[in-house]
Design a protein around this ligand. Structure first.
Ligand SMILES: *Cc1c(COP(=O)(O)O)cnc(C)c1O
Length: 223
């Protein structure tokens, strides 16, 4: 990767359809590199660890208009911190966590945008709802009126070939349609958070509205 960060950002930004939001995954990347990405036009950043993110957000307070997206596994004892720092939570992975966020959000005066994380295929390395569990929990989730439940997030298991990856992405898109057909008052999904450096082009073909890119922008993160 010999091009600069700014060149890579512009190349990728220009290649994305307008309907797709680029989230630059800045975990393990310095605040200085985030600043550079901001100068290149990025306004959405993804972080997967609360503590690391808090320190970066603090150092970047002077930059206006940033949305911070939490994309890691959220432990319930960090829920308050996550709500204080992040406008988006992509990785809400259980009814219990959703209910806790729903209780805390009004106390903190926030109304977070949420994606529910689903596992389309079994994957012991990841958390998230199975399809059936999610369908079973929808009525309870619909009662979480302090959350803006915007869509689904998924990460395919490692080791799939590209047609299997596409199947996972397509199934996630279909699941959103099935959920919306239930006409629940607080669950009208429109966001599909899927696609990382290795597979974001496939994800976009399957209807992704948000791609989460780290390595392809920031390199191997030794910045
Ligand atoms: C790290 C991470 C990404 C970015 O992955 P790359 O392969 O570096 O693009 C995207 N989503 C999640 C949930 C991640 O943890």
């Amino acid at each position: 990767m010999s091009s600069s960060l700014i060149e890579r950002i512009h190349l990728i930004q220009d290649s994305l359809p307008e309907s797709v939001k680029l989230i630059a995954v800045s975990k393990k990347v310095s605040a200085a590199a985030v600043r550079e990405a901001y100068a290149a036009g990025i306004r959405d950043f993804g972080e997967s660890r609360i503590q690391e993110a808090e320190s970066k957000i603090e150092q970047l307070q002077d930059l206006s208009g940033i949305s911070w997206h939490f994309i890691g596994h959220l432990q319930s004892n960090k829920a308050k911190k996550a709500l204080s720092s992040f406008q988006w939570l992509h990785s809400v992975d259980s009814l219990k966590l959703a209910q806790r966020l729903n209780l805390l959000a009004p106390e903190l005066g926030v109304s977070p945008k949420i994606c529910l994380q689903v596992k389309i295929l079994p994957d012991s390395n990841k958390s998230g709802w199975t399809i059936q569990q999610l369908l079973d929990d929808l009525v309870e989730l619909n009662l979480c009126q302090s959350l803006q439940i915007e869509g689904l997030m998924t990460i395919p298991p490692l080791g799939l070939d590209s047609s299997e990856v596409v199947d996972v992405f397509n199934r996630t898109r279909e699941l959103i349609a099935e959920i919306n057909e239930r006409s629940l008052s607080n669950i009208k999904m429109k966001q599909l958070s899927m696609g990382m450096s290795q597979d974001y082009q496939l994800a976009i073909q399957s209807g992704a509205t948000m791609v989460r890119l780290g390595t392809i922008l920031f390199g191997e993160r030794y910045l």
